[in-house]
Write a protein that binds this ligand. Structure first.
Ligand code: NAD
Length: 429
């Protein structure tokens, strides 16, 4: 099949490269020329395991290219996947400007019988709302909705090995086309109407975000009573009705999806005259959670003004360079407000963080230089390399204090080394 993909972010580029790996001819379009040029040179605009190697392989086989020329690309393809961003507006509702603009570009150039699949996360009713744009082209078209469930940090792996595939369709042709495209995948395929497909994605992310805020709330309660939340989480995770995933307490969820999607569902529900109470609480708890690390810090170092604080981990989670809505942003912002001298280190996300904080913080080139001379360290993202901290690292600090915002370290080991260990959901009292 000849596939065009509109948008070359996490979802667009991974979708395009993976479909090329499956033997389709793919052209990815973006409005940012630098991204397109880098992709054509075999350099993905994002960091994702396996992506660069798959991209280079697909380019070499002549199955993949990127362009800013949407018109020609759409004209020469059978199906277009819309994978552009759907950011939040100030009131939390979804901004559909990029979706509409992509739909207008497709409508302008598509041939009779073209199929358009919305892959971006959009509130129920959005895909149907695009119908007038395509109808105005006076050409026949087919419309589908195929939400994406990949996780940043394992995007390629997730795309290629999904737990399920949701096929939202408006007519038999779009359903059959998606079934054909996904034929090599053996997972369950859920075939539903467009609105249901849109809602499944929001329900999925809302449930996962709720699970995180739930265990964070339990962690905050545990702290008041000298209970280690990881023991509690381990025990309840063995109950198969609960399951062990997404039960790691910490400094809160971030990234480009959970905060934005939950806010969008809340705002959309309110517009339908239903005010979601549980999901609003999930958001409220998550907004406060990063700042709990600063409360714990104050409890151990006293006044923070003038103290040197090192921050390990800036990306919203390990194995990505994405800092969108990362808890590190809120934490560093607050540390600076209360007069801390902040040094940060992340294996991949330094450039993205620098574009937000500029020269307000110091950027260390490795863990050791980040810790040197610090009064305390905050572990905010659980990169694997941080789990290997040794006494040699802590000896570099002015005082060996670490606050574990991801419960990624072994407290007993650190305490035996003479390190002052505190953490979210740990027996800090
Ligand atoms: P992104 O911001 O990383 O990338 C979007 C890309 O679209 C950008 O490169 C932008 O320049 C491009 N773009 C915008 N308007 C365009 C237009 N008219 N024509 C061509 N290109 C255009 O976004 P993302 O993280 O890939 O997310 C895309 C969608 O997928 C969102 O709705 C998101 O919620 C959803 N989603 C994201 C993830 C994730 O992990 N990032 C997972 C599942 C679903």
């Amino acid at each position: 099949m000849h596939i065009s993909v509109i948008g070359t972010g996490y979802v667009g580029l991974v979708t395009g490269v993976c479909f090329a790996k499956l033997g389709h001819t793919v052209t990815c379009c973006d409005i940012i020329k630098e991204k397109v040029d880098a992709i054509n040179a075999g350099r993905p605009s994002i960091f994702e395991p396996q992506l660069e190697e798959l991209l280079k392989g697909a380019i070499n086989k002549g199955l993949f290219r990127a362009t800013t020329d949407i018109d020609h690309t759409v004209r020469d393809s059978d199906v277009s996947f819309i994978c552009v961003g759907t950011p939040s507006q100030p009131d939390g509702s979804i901004n559909l400007q990029f979706i509409r603009s992509a739909a207008e570009s497709i409508a302008r150039s598509m041939k009779d019988g073209h199929t358009i699949i919305v892959k971006s996360t959009v509130v129920p009713g959005t895909t149907e709302s695009l119908i007038p744009i395509f109808t105005s082209s006076k050409k026949k078209f087919h419309l589908g909705m195929n939400p994406e469930f990949l996780k940043e940090g394992s995007a390629v792996q997730d795309f290629m090995n999904p737990d399920s595939i949701v096929i939202g369709y408006s007519d038999d042709y779009s359903r059959k086309l998606l079934e054909e495209l996904y034929r090599p995948f053996t997972c369950p395929k859920i075939t539903v109407n467009l609105r249901t497909a849109e809602m499944i994605k929001y329900a999925n992310n809302s449930f996962l975000a709720t699970k995180i805020s739930f265990i964070n709330e339990i962690a905050n309660i545990c702290e008041t009573a000298g209970i280690d939340v990881t023991e509690v989480a381990h025990a309840i995770g063995l109950d198969q009705r609960i399951g062990s995933k997404f039960l790691r307490a910490g400094a809160g969820f971030g990234g480009s999806c959970f905060p934005k999607d939950i806010k969008a569902l809340v705002a959309w529900s309110k517009s339908k005259v239903y005010s979601p109470k549980l999901l609003q609480s999930v958001l409220d708890l998550n907004a406060d959670q990063p700042l709990r690390m600063i409360d714990i810090l104050k409890s151990v170092v006293g006044t923070i003004n003038g103290k040197r604080v090192s921050v390990l981990g800036l990306a919203f989670k390990p194995d990505t360079d994405d800092v969108r809505e990362a808890p590190s942003i809120k934490i560093v912002d607050q540390l600076l407000k209360i007069g801390a001298i902040v040094t940060v280190y992340d294996p991949k996300a330094m450039d993205n963080f620098r574009s937000i904080f500029g020269d307000k913080v110091k950027y260390a080139s490795d863990i050791k230089s980040c810790l040197k001379g610090a009064d305390a360290t905050l572990l905010v993202t659980e990169w694997d390399e941080f789990s290997k901290l040794t006494i040699e690292h802590f000896k570099l600090m002015k005082s060996p204090v670490i606050i574990d915002g991801r419960r990624a370290l072994d407290p007993d080991k650190l305490l035996k080394m003479g390190v002052t260990y505190l953490g979210i959901g740990w027996k800090n009292k």
